[in-house]
Design a protein around this ligand. Sequence first.
Ligand SMILES: *Cc1c(COP(=O)(O)O)cnc(C)c1O
Length: 247
Amino acid sequence: MTGIDDLHQRLARVQDRIAAAEQAAGRSPGSVRLLLAAKTVDIATVRDAVHAAAASGGPPPLVGENRVQELVAKAPGLTGLTGGLHLIGPLQSNKVNAALRWAACVQSVASESLAERLHRRCEQDERTLEVLVQVNVSGEPTKHGVHPDRAVELAFAVAGHDRLRLRGLMTVGANSPDEARVRAGYAVLRDLRDRVVDSGEPGTATATELSMGMSRDLEAAVAEVATIVRVGSAVFGARYVPAQDVR
Ligand SMILES: *Cc1c(COP(=O)(O)O)cnc(C)c1O
């Protein structure tokens, strides 16, 4: 069996898992978007996975990179392919310009200063940028993201920047075998998202996305109404660094 067959089988299994989780949660088929977390995966393999996922009927998958350097290196080979390239890892302020050249969406906005910088850069370029606010729902100190207590306030600040389109919230779930604990973290994100959207504050009506759930726990995230699940190793194999917190 070739590597491509393996890839297609793993992808099909992930799609089945998503479909089963949607059904178990009473959600309509196709309500969860797959984001392929492509770190360390070569361009040809990512392209193949995107084509295979799109061919199976649903909306085309998104592609996410968690390092700006890798985003910049691979983006020319990936543009025109997908619903857009998302940055899913932390963004240092000195890499804002590089990230903005390629990212359709930055999912990792966790401070007002970064939001401000992205806004100003977009203003210079006369463009807008989709963003998610990243929240550290588990409180694990190694994890990137704003504390849940400050997340709504940060979301309002982000939404107030007219060059930024706040699309929702993102989190990396607790790294725990305890499914109830993982799911409780996703419920926190869902609740925060509801508070943001229901606030009526300017720019918050579009903040409907919940980007949460990965290879190990996508079922828990779909049960808490994730709209985007970010899957790497379950599709591409375990050979790449699975750590979501590499900085
Ligand atoms: C790598 C990564 C994922 C995917 O993790 P897997 O366990 O490989 O599915 C999701 N989110 C972020 C932020 C990542 O860096």
